[in-house]
Design a protein around this ligand. Structure first.
Ligand code: LLP
Length: 459
């Protein structure tokens, strides 16, 4: 491991942080102080993950996909670690700016952007012209130019190659995303007559593992070819084809970067090997080929924050049934949606703590279903999982929840969202307070107060 930002060795910065690596006494103390459900996010681990990413991709622009975890403490940590911010909405752009990212470090990736988002982002771009807007449809380009935008733009391409841990997160071949590959050159050259085309972008999907490496390679190689075409003069054929409307730039485009997306997976299961990031980086450079003057960019989200997070939850019910032991806990799909939405696996560890119960190590293991408090059959974190037998009052830790955990939380069943604590060094700091019942009705009360306001609070 090379030295980046003071993180020097594999020992100082291990490739994996497993749930078992967390200190049980510390997690227990946090749950006792702040209550449960409680998200814990370790900023030191976020910093380590940023450093490993930068070390694997030393020449690339590394952009943190903010959607994985938008908490301000995380954003500030990532910014200090030298990563840029990739934002999926105007809300994320606002959050990135509030966390201190300057315009040139903000990349807004518009996916069917609502008018309100474009209005806001064009306003922001007027103040911060070094910001880049990535667009994946000609309509988006038209809507931007209608708003007077002629600034930095990147073209999102649909490379026709998808990958990822679940069908719902494979984007690369989903028609929803990006300009179809076979039209991309023409659209980019056409766009260049109206905006400053500085990059091209594609994202295969989320949760890429070693088995997806070939797909990753083929996506990158397609993007490399496209970049080579764009940085050369347009072919006579394309020029002639476009001559009717005369609307393309035939000169080489001055591309600054090729962004090949994020999606780098992390091991959720104890026996799963970590992604070999150096091998991915090498495969990426190799597949991209030679592109003088054009940088590589990557957009990791999960990799930066996933193993920095744990969700703590308390057992409130233990119910033996004919088929299984159901362990009811106070966190559910409203706190952590991934198991219900993607059948995602998260490690679960018994921390113990119930009064008069033996320490976890002194208990028999048993097969359990861990279920939340939401009135939905799908509200289970796991089925048929062997752990030491929990009793009422125990704490459980759900691991690798730092990415897409709190972010996908909701108030369904009128459940207030959990609190979140950030760790840095020996300190713990409450960074999101637990929601209260009054928060559940706040927008209704505001609506009454705003009854005369026909915008519905949409400003
Ligand atoms: N770039 C773009 C354009 C993306 O759409 C995404 C994720 C990323 C980067 C970052 O991907 P990552 O490195 O985090 O895998 N909720 C799902 C994941 C959805 C990801 C959406 N886009 C989950 O919990 O698995």
């Amino acid at each position: 491991m090379t030295d980046v930002d003071g993180v020097a060795s594999a020992e100082a910065n291990p490739v994996t942080r497993r749930l078992t690596d967390w200190d049980r006494a510390r997690l227990t103390a946090l749950a006792n102080t702040y209550g449960t459900p409680l998200y814990v996010q370790d900023l030191d681990r976020v910093r380590q993950n940023c450093a490993r990413m930068r070390s694997a991709f030393p020449d690339a622009d590394v952009r943190y996909a903010v959607k994985a975890h938008t908490g301000r403490a995380v954003l500030e940590t990532v910014r200090e670690a030298g990563l840029d911010a990739e934002c999926a909405s105007a809300g994320e752009v606002d959050r990135a700016l509030t966390a201190g990212f300057t315009g040139e470090r903000v990349h807004y990736t518009a996916v069917n952007p609502p008018a309100r988002d474009l209005d806001r982002v064009v306003d922001i771009a007027a103040e911060a012209p070094a910001m880049t807007i990535t667009l994946g449809a000609v309509d988006t380009l038209d809507r931007l130019t209608e708003r007077g935008y002629d600034g930095r733009a990147c073209l999102r391409v649909n490379p026709g190659v998808g990958a990822g841990h679940h069908a719902k997160v494979r984007t690369g071949a989903a028609p929803k995303f990006g300009i179809p590959y076979d039209r991309a050159e023409r659209v980019a050259r056409e766009a260049a007559t109206r905006v400053d085309v500085v990059g091209i972008h594609a994202h295969a999907g989320s949760g890429i593992d070693a088995d997806d490496l070939e797909d990753h390679r083929s996506l990158v190689s397609r993007m490399g070819s496209l970049a080579r075409s764009l940085t050369a003069p347009a072919t006579d054929e394309l020029a002639a084809d476009s001559a009717d409307d005369g609307q393309i730039v035939t000169d080489p485009l001055a591309l600054e970067y090729v962004d090949v997306g994020g999606g780098f997976g992390v091991p959720y299961r104890a026996d799963e090997p970590p992604l070999d990031l150096d091998a991915v980086a090498e495969a990426t450079r190799d597949a991209l080929g030679v592109l003088p003057g054009v940088d590589l960019a990557v957009e990791p989200g999960r990799y930066v924050v996933a193993d920095a997070g744990v969700l703590l939850t308390r057992v409130n019910t233990v119910k033996p049934t004919a088929s299984e032991v159901v362990v009811g806990v106070d966190a559910g799909m409203t706190d952590l949606l991934r198991p219900a939405m993607y059948d995602a696996y998260h490690p679960i560890r018994l921390l113990g703590g119930a009064t008069a119960a033996p320490a976890p190590a002194d208990r028999e293991s048993t097969s359990v279903t861990v279920a939340g408090p939401i009135c939905e059959t799908g509200d289970v974190f796991c089925r048929d999982r062997r752990i030491e037998r929990p009793v009422r009052g125990d704490l459980l830790a759900v691991g690798i929840t730092g990415a897409y955990g709190y972010e996908m939380a909701s108030q369904y069943n009128s459940r207030p969202r959990s609190a979140e604590v950030a760790l840095a060094g020996g300190d713990a700091r409450l960074v999101r307070r637990r929601e209260r019942h009054a928060d559940l009705t706040r927008v209704e009360r505001d609506a009454t107060a705003d009854a005369d306001d026909e915008t519905g609070g949409s400003r």
